[in-house]
Design a protein around this ligand. Sequence first.
Ligand code: GTP
Length: 556
Amino acid sequence: FPVENIRNFSIIAHVDHGKSTLADRLLELTGTIDKTKNNKQVLDKLQVERERGITVKAQTASLFYNCEGKQYLLNLIDTPGHVDFSYEVSRSLSACQGVLLVVDANEGIQAQTVANFFLAFEAQLSVIPVINKIDLKNADPERVENQIEKVFDIPSDECIKISAKLGTNVERVLQAVIERIPPPKVHRKNPLRALVFDSTFDQYRGVIANVALFDGVVSKGDKIVSAHTQKTYEVNEVGVLNPNEQPTHKLYAGQVGYLIAGMKDVTEAQIGDTLYLHKQPVEPLPGFKSAKPMVFAGMYPLDQSEYNNLKSAIEKLTLNDSSVTVHRDSSLALGAGWRLGFLGLLHMEVFNQRLEQEYNASVILTTPTVPYKAVLSSSKLIKARRAVQKNMIFIDQNRVMLKYLFPLNEIVVDFYDSLKSLSSGYASFDYEDAGYQTAELVKMDILLNGNTVEELVTVVHKDKAHSIGKAICERLRDSLPRQLFEIAIQAAIGSKIIARETVKAYRKNVLAKCYGGDITRKMKLLKRQAEGKKKLRKIGNVEVPKDAFIKVLKTV
Ligand code: GTP
């Protein structure tokens, strides 16, 4: 394939505006997949993606298309739309020269439309605006055209109006890709320079790296070096993604494909790494800005004997999702585990679900927290969340874009849901990191009969300490079994008690069912009760079953 007949592009959009549906139509139109089959989100390969109907991982497909007697190779990289996965979007864009910006003809420009447009704009890519769902009764493509012109400064006559569902005008999208997106700027005569932009782990074949070739050629049998580890490998297989892996003899500069080179250890294939030929070193390509985790949660095996299995599952999954950070951690209540950093709550849930579905793991995930920096020394919804307004832009008469500075802690748990329900589903939301700021935060202890429970120490805002403390005390009250004496559950800031619950005294008499008589049976029951107690943790004189911690710490 001559380079001038190659186009590398991506589809970006707000969630549910129809990227995956458009991708399905493009795959059909180019004969990549059969039209007769019931094609629904072909590129959404993960079980979690099909179940939730969202794209989590960017996927790649190579399409062949004939236009005016010339054959073109179009590499399509599908991307996620949800705010938590914008890291995947920027990674995909580094392998592209242009994007299709899909906007729903009914909903118009939304938060991630704006965020994704700027990712593409900053990467200096050609942007083709596509207005989708023109078949809908309430569709108003002209209004959306005007929004696009006003917000992105793209002339309205550049918009292509389509229905991805019915296939209307989708052919025009392919023509625009050829006409408006430039071929990649690459040099095939130069030594090999390949960017690893994604990788997955296959139990039998080891690491499968998705690569974009910027210079040179790579063939089966070549010796290649990783710029990151300096290790040398022999290439066992190269190919294109069609969208399933299809081996080829070679991959040339300008192409996007996959490469298998006997990397057995998940740490060997760093995303953002550059591969070059043995003895022909090149300047590595700029890697990716490493993702910045925003939400942290503890993860522990349900059963400690599963520790090693869970460890290897987490390692394999983080290879495929390098935006998750992993640190070893241990908890008195839950045993050895990890502290994981995620880009957002949905990201955390999806990671957890993938662990369970793809690796059969049973885990305990604790309530998420956000990072703080501590200095040791001596109106609605918006106001309640401690936010400061930064600016306001009218997209058109009916829609306004507001920028606020929020404490991250206020938006990680249920902000998105509250915003959606307050606005009857009309508002959309996106965020980026604005750095650390000083705040009135306090350390809150939870006490059982006066003794601190280390597992439950948290950092909270001064104004919210009372309500959070009360909620934890209530959860603990409901999950602690009664004991011989009364238990006082208290939330305290320093020496000041801010909430209290009580568990009344009671003793489970295991002998109640034995009507005198058989001493061996009595002994057996008492022994069993003693064994049961081993699973308890003693805080002062209070015995706390592991289960109670799990109930308080776990996300609901
Ligand atoms: P994510 O992968 O989660 O980011 O979503 P997406 O942007 O890929 O959206 P998807 O293709 O899954 O489409 C979302 C919904 O819109 C689905 O129910 C589609 O059937 C529907 N849809 C997509 N295109 C059209 C269209 O042209 N017309 C109509 N009426 N519905 C459409």
